[in-house]
Ligand binder design. Structure first.
Ligand code: PEP
Length: 248
């Protein structure tokens, strides 16, 4: 089963309209022959300017979160309509920083994911264990809950991208080894097969995220179940192009 690779950046709370536009202009010629899908998920306020900067390129602009309600009294939140107005296709949901600092739960991840799908957006649903959970052997149990609850009620799982991001590897410079990432992502695919259907699971794009960089991307991308990367720090610089061109 061949899945198209997908490399997405996550700018988090970094960049300004000026620095973001400059980076996109510099990245565009470097990634134009990419064989994978390419996206940069940016802070909501930068979406209009970054969409403009990426026009005519193969870089898609995504969001870092979305609310489940159509509209209403949800101060600080962003709706699917707001994102779609700017042509956004991808949205990160349930990033570990949202879970850790903003009380995001598997239940709220599920609501956001269902709303994104209903609006025709592609959710990039983040899952992953804490260091303590890996060390005490509960990685699979943690992933089981995140996947069972977070993906509950989805009709077509092939429309969802999963990002496996071991929390201990995010922003720490500590990457999972190729084998660790492959083994855990293969487990995620198996679990999706149980929750939905094995054939659908073969079609689901599953990214690895956690200190992926220009130096380690080739080894990670060579793993049979790793279909791409969700890139934090390295998406703020031209290294992102090297990752996108991992197969060149
Ligand atoms: C992320 O934010 O999703 C991430 C993987 O960050 P980093 O690449 O900096 O570890």
């Amino acid at each position: 089963m061949s899945r198209k690779a997908f490399i997405a950046g996550n700018w988090k709370m970094n960049m300004t309209a000026e620095s973001g536009e400059k980076l996109i202009k510099e990245l565009a010629p470097l990634v134009k022959n990419a064989s994978c899908d390419v996206a940069l998920c940016v802070p909501a306020i930068l979406i209009p300017a970054m969409t403009k900067a990426a026009q005519g390129t193969n870089i898609k602009i995504g969001a870092e979160n979305v609310h489940w309600a159509k509209s209403g009294a949800y101060t600080g939140e962003i709706s699917t309509d707001m994102l779609k107005e700017y042509g956004v296709e991808y949205v990160i949901i349930g990033h570990s920083e949202r879970r850790q600092y903003f009380g995001e739960t598997d239940e709220s991840v599920n609501k956001r994911t269902l709303a994104a799908l209903a609006a025709g957006l592609t959710p990039i649903v983040c899952v992953g264990e804490l260091l303590e959970e890996r060390e005490n052997g509960s990685t699979e149990k943690v992933l089981d809950k995140q996947l069972t609850v977070g993906l509950n009620g989805i009709e077509d799982i092939t429309k969802v991208v999963i990002a496996y991001e071991p929390v201990w590897a995010i922003g720490t410079g500590k990457t999972a080894t190729d084998e660790q990432a492959q083994e855990t992502i293969a487990y995620i695919r198996k679990k999706i097969g149980e929750l939905f259907c094995p054939k659908c699971a073969e079609k689901v794009v599953i990214q690895y995220g956690g200190s992926m960089n220009a130096g380690n991307c080739k080894g990670l991308m060579a793993q049979p179940d790793i279909d791409g990367g969700l890139i934090g720090g390295a998406s703020l610089k031209l290294d992102f192009a090297t990752i996108v061109n991992y197969d060149k």
